[in-house]
Design a protein around this ligand. Structure first.
Ligand code: SAH
Ligand code: SF4
Ligand code: F3S
Length: 469
């Protein structure tokens, strides 16, 4: 059973203490924090919480680490490449510490829950003064206070699994796109994946806390709300209240307002017909379903511990297509899992062809220390894996281009999101999560509108404002 822990009771004292130190040090000017985020939306949401705490402690923000009094990297451990990037960027920060010795350099997030990583940082990066893992996020004010006053390096990893921390402040990055975590951690232990080890056991927030935050977002003018969790379909497990993800979705969807509701990630093993029926009947729910299948081969799915078959996946997808003809499907795929043969890979290609995804996130398998797959036989060469990867990308390019072309001539409701690189063009997004380039004034940013699709590329669409003529 998850327990709820209220942040304010524990950390307010430290927030005030740090704010006091900062006032004295900065003499009227606000100290500056530079927070860089790597990895998935869960980390983006965590960084918004950290920035909320920093703002309460008197900090302002800068994108430039050279100007910062406090530099924090919120790290990702999902693939080796993600970790290498962090190590490279931390190394590059050393010169800043030389120039500004009083700058505090800190690392947090998923990498910092791994013992071998933390040891490496302790030894090789002596200029890093504060390190804390995902489980210690709610203790950040205390840790920062200790770092600023104790003169000793603070390193903390935690394991308070099953705790849900409510009442943490948030400084959101976007003015109309908002992240709403509904659960934390993961219990699935896919054999390749580090997430359950660095994020802990799955625990859900109460529906009342989620609904309250959803109302705040909607009333605050947020137009695009994404519910976050590693496996949102198993929402509710361990809660005292009896509630499924579909029920939660219906409750949020019943809140009146002008907004789109998205969610990620759905695990195919728990993606029910009830969920698809809920999307079909929704007033605000986007017609986009991100449903990672990882591999099209049953043999590999079993080795991955994914707990569904290709047939079950296709059954779910076909039900979704029947109920929601305009559904936009996307997926994650791993190429080159240990022992994947050419035959297994062809099964992945044929599934991609059969489903017709809007877009794919494709990854070459990356060995993660401590996971079961890390000790599996992996005889396939890197060259062969890269070659498979390229074939997959080529195939998807063809499929996505065809799908985009089929939308030319249709009218789509879009959210205008940002200025494009090209002058006079605004990037908008369809309910199905496809970007449309539209010639429009920047005043439309942050609002919904209708566009007629006039042209298509491999991944994106072009359109013009549809002013009912
Ligand atoms: N909880 C989500 C995914 C989170 S990680 C889900 O189950 O769908 C995002 C994606 O990273 C995964 O879907 C997977 O495709 C990829 N991934 C995870 N571990 C990986 C590894 N060791 N090597 C390569 N890709 C990996
Ligand atoms: Fe990783 Fe699997 Fe959990 Fe997704 S469901 S986070 S891939 S263990
Ligand atoms: Fe990376 Fe952690 Fe997300 S490992 S993908 S930031 S949960």
């Amino acid at each position: 059973m998850s327990e709820i822990n209220t942040f304010a009771q524990q950390q307010n004292e430290y927030i005030e203490l740090v704010a006091e130190i900062m006032q004295i040090r900065a003499r009227g000017e606000k100290p500056l924090a530079c927070v860089r985020t790597y990895g998935c939306q869960q980390n983006v949401a965590d960084s918004e919480t950290i920035k909320g705490m920093l703002a309460m402690m008197g900090y302002d923000f800068t994108e430039n680490p050279e100007d910062a009094d406090f530099i924090l990297f919120n790290t990702c451990a999902v693939r080796e490449h993600a970790e290498d990037r962090v190590f490279g960027n931390v190394g590059a920060i050393k010169s800043i510490k030389k120039k500004h010795p009083s700058t505090l350099i800190a690392l947090c997030g998923c990498m910092m829950e791994q013992e071998h990583i933390v040891n490496r940082i302790y030894e090789s990066f002596p200029f890093v003064g504060l390190v804390f893992g995902t489980h210690c996020l709610h203790e950040f004010p205390k840790l920062l206070y200790k770092s600023l006053t104790g003169g000793k390096r603070q390193f903390l990893r935690g394991n308070d699994d099953l705790l849900v921390h409510e009442g943490l402040p948030k400084r959101r990055d976007g003015a109309f796109k908002g992240w709403l975590p509904i659960m934390y951690g993961c219990d699935n232990f896919c054999s390749y994946c580090i997430v359950p080890y660095v994020r802990g056991r799955e625990r859900s927030r109460s529906s009342s806390a989620i609904l309250e935050e959803a109302r705040q977002l909607i009333n605050g003018g947020y137009k695009d709300i994404t519910l976050l969790g590693q496996n949102v379909n198993s929402y509710g497990k361990g809660l005292e209240e009896d509630i499924s993800f579909s029920e939660l979705l219906r409750k949020i969807d019943s809140i009146d307002g002008d907004y789109t509701l998205r969610f990620m990630t759905s695990h195919p093993k728990d993606c029910t017909h009830e969920l698809i029926d809920t999307i079909a009947a929704g007033r605000h729910i986007s017609t986009h379903l991100h449903l990672p299948f990882q591999s099209g081969s049953d043999r590999i799915l079993k080795l991955m511990n994914r707990k569904y078959t290709r047939e079950k996946y296709l059954e779910t997808v076909n039900y979704a297509k029947k109920k929601i003809p305009e559904i936009s499907l996307t997926s994650d795929i791993i190429v080159g899992f240990p022992g994947e043969t050419e035959e297994d890979f062809k099964q992945t290609l044929s599934l991609v062809e059969e489903v017709g995804f809007t877009s794919l996130f494709t990854f070459i398998y990356s060995k993660r220390v401590g996971t079961p797959a890390a000790v599996m036989d992996d005889p396939t060469s890197d060259e062969e894996k890269s070659e498979r990867f390229q074939r997959l990308i080529k195939l998807q390019e063809k499929i996505a281009a065809k799908r985009c072309a089929s939308m030319v001539g249709t009218v789509q409701r879009v959210l205008f999101e940002e200025k494009a690189k090209k002058d006079g063009i605004i990037n908008a997004r369809t309910s199905g999560n496809i970007v449309v380039e539209v010639e429009a004034d920047q005043s439309v940013i942050g609002s919904f509108g209708e566009v007629k699709i006039t042209d298509s590329g491999n991944w994106i669409l072009k359109g013009r404002l549809n002013n009912n003529n």
